[in-house]
Design a protein around this ligand. Structure first.
Ligand code: GLN
Length: 248
């Protein structure tokens, strides 16, 4: 089946630094290859969807206030999201969305926003709101089977602890913790990261990993995607990479 079905959750509340652009990139890269890409939206008070009917569930990042606003609703969706994840649906999670799939996010005032607890990590923000991890970041990953440097922009207070399988190693920037060595969380069907940008605009290989995962899962065969012309993306990546590496 040449089709993927995505559920974009809380696009009206969790959309920091153009995170919704990630959906535009996935749909663009599908369209270029003749793959149908359906993106449904879900937000507070929408009827509960059949989460298992989606190939990918996407949640972007947001400020503490938005995270509080969606919290009750997200908890109501817990069983559906967990069932989908266990069934192989891909979870793509940015920053605030990443934090809320762990045990909890403790904000700068010490209030706990409960997470879905799908994963064992937890996140605590420092009590000073001035202490944030802000700036361009580069991490080195190998989840696609080869070494890929992933570039983005981070802005989070939260310090995420207890990650056993990070997405990558920090080359420049902070990552899961201030001055830390690792960034994000990874499983075969989970990419959770602090990287905004939007992340996929700067990192075509991540989009393609997820598109290929979704198609392979529904067809039962390993699908290799036709390459696209990523000249412009690669030139932009080169500039940012050089800039970040020259700092070290
Ligand atoms: N509010 C969270 C934090 O500051 C998440 C921020 C984000 O999504 N960029 O850590």
């Amino acid at each position: 089946m040449n089709k993927i079905k995505i559920l974009h959750m809380y696009s009206d509340m969790l959309d920091l630094y153009g995170d919704s652009g990630n959906m535009e990139i996935i749909s663009y890269r599908c369209r270029k290859r003749g793959i149908e890409c359906i993106i449904d939206k879900y937000s507070i008070d929408s009827p509960e969807p059949d989460f298992t009917s989606y190939d990918l569930i996407y949640i972007g990042g947001g400020a503490d206030l938005e995270q509080q606003h969606i919290s009750d609703d997200l908890l109501r969706c817990r069983d559906g999201i967990e069932k989908a994840y266990r069934n192989g649906t891909f979870l793509f999670l940015i920053c605030g969305g990443y934090q809320l799939m762990g045990k909890y996010y403790r904000d700068a005032d010490g209030n706990d926003i409960p997470g879905l607890g799908l994963f064992n990590y937890y996140t605590v923000a420092p009590s000073s709101r001035k202490k944030r991890c802000i700036g361009n970041i580069m991490i080195r990953t190998s989840f696609t089977g080869k070494k890929v440097d992933v570039i983005g922009f981070e802005n989070h207070g939260g310090q995420t602890q207890g990650v056993k399988t990070p997405l990558g190693e920090v080359i420049s920037g902070n990552g899961n913790t201030t001055g830390g060595s690792h960034e994000g969380y990874f499983e075969k069907n989970v990419i959770a990261t602090y990287l905004h940008g939007p992340c996929l605009a700067k990192n075509p290989e991540i989009s393609d990993y997820m598109i290929s995962y979704c198609l392979s899962r529904s067809s039962g065969e390993t699908i290799k995607l036709a390459p696209l012309d990523d000249k412009l993306e690669n030139e932009c990546r080169k500039v940012m990479k050089e800039r970040l590496l020259s700092r070290h």
